[in-house]
Design a protein around this ligand. Structure first.
Ligand code: SF4
Length: 346
């Protein structure tokens, strides 16, 4: 019997959000990509076409990205290939597509990845290559195919855009011995074991992580995640997503950790979306209208004595206490309120 496959993308998606991993594995072909993902794919294709056939793209934004990337492109590289890494004792095999590889003397193989990022993200001066499952798996595959290689050099070429016609490029490199790569591979195998276990769970038991919903320009599986009730073409789907998740049936209330003190403006707890069972495929009930979405700032402290909630919905905008950095949930909630106001739903 053929073993199931796990790609580095599937591994990372599942570790970030179990439901997203399941959707990526089973529904990937049915759902589109975000604009950011599509742009990234187009840039990859433009660079590959240039290396392979010296063909320039027609689109101005891709031409500009290629022009900026040009000094960092290894023209002798072997472009885009599949990895196939397998252990007889593991009940899965690794698969995935690397961007490019090039030989470098002495006995070093260079694993190249072209990365697209935005101006708002900080520039990485170094990358934890050996914690990156994709990097480790590409390297293991390269080392197995080139037994004479003693070192792997990771070369990540970043194209950082302010907008689609203002792009900068920089490179982050790191070189490691064969032994270091193989040691890191053991921990990637352990992660693979855990992810395979998650993917074998019944779908209704998969957890959802709302912190992952806005990754890479927005999760493309928002609709199946919420029972097909949101359509990607809906311009307000971000707002709808938040509303529906906020309106999802509450999980059994956790026992309070401490004696509840009277709170002036108690926060309304949501089901624990990180670990609680998700109501898959059944459309979530529509959230009750928010009474005063753009009300005056709430001066009261936000924290309520709830046992480690994964996400907390507030009936009013939350203003973190002075000097405090807002949590992601507070930030997302504030954006929802703003969208509501701007789209006239307030
Ligand atoms: S929409 Fe959010 S919670 Fe749902 S699958 Fe995507 S990342 Fe996970």
């Amino acid at each position: 019997m053929q073993k199931p496959t796990i790609s580095p993308t599937l591994l990372s998606a599942t570790e970030r959000c179990e439901t997203k991993g399941w959707c990526y594995k089973n529904l990937k072909r049915d759902y589109g990509k975000s604009a950011a993902q599509q742009y990234g794919d187009d840039v990859h294709e433009a660079i590959e076409n240039w290396i392979r056939d010296r063909v320039l793209p027609e689109r101005a934004d891709l031409l500009e990205a290629l022009r900026i990337a040009m000094p960092h492109i290894d023209m002798g590289a072997q472009v885009e290939g599949w990895i196939d890494v397998e252990e007889s004792e593991d009940p899965w095999r690794w698969t995935g597509k690397y961007d490019a590889r090039a030989p470098r003397a002495p006995n070093t193989v260079v694993v190249i990845d072209w990365k697209n990022t935005t101006e708002s993200k900080p520039r990485p001066d170094e990358v934890a290559f050996l914690q990156n499952p994709a990097a480790v798996l590409y390297a293991v595959d390269a080392l197995r195919k080139q037994p004479e290689a003693t070192h792997v050099c990771f070369k990540w070429v970043y194209l950082k855009r302010k907008d689609y016609l203002t792009v900068k490029a920089f490179v982050v490199e790191g070189t490691f011995t064969r032994e270091q790569v193989l040691e890191a591979y053991e921990s990637v195998r352990e992660r693979g074991r855990r992810v395979l276990h998650v993917l074998q769970k019944p779908r209704a038991e998969l957890a959802r992580n709302m912190d992952a919903c806005l990754d890479y320009g927005g999760c493309q599986f928002r609709s199946p995640c919420l029972g097909g009730s949101i359509h990607m073409s809906d311009p307000n789907d971000l707002l709808a997503l938040m509303k529906q998740i906020q309106g999802a049936p509450a999980a059994p209330a956790p026992a309070p950790v401490a004696a509840p003190a009277p709170a002036p403006a108690p926060a309304q707890a949501l089901p624990n979306l990180l670990s609680g069972p998700a109501p898959m495929m059944a459309p979530a009930p529509v959230a009750a209208p928010v009474a005063a979405p753009v009300a005056a700032p709430v001066a009261a402290p936000v924290a309520a004595p709830v046992a480690a909630p994964a996400f907390v919905a507030h009936s009013q905008p939350v203003v973190p206490s002075a000097g405090a950095r807002p949590t992601r949930a507070e930030f997302v909630n504030a954006i929802a309120t703003l969208l509501e106001y701007l789209t006239g739903r307030a």
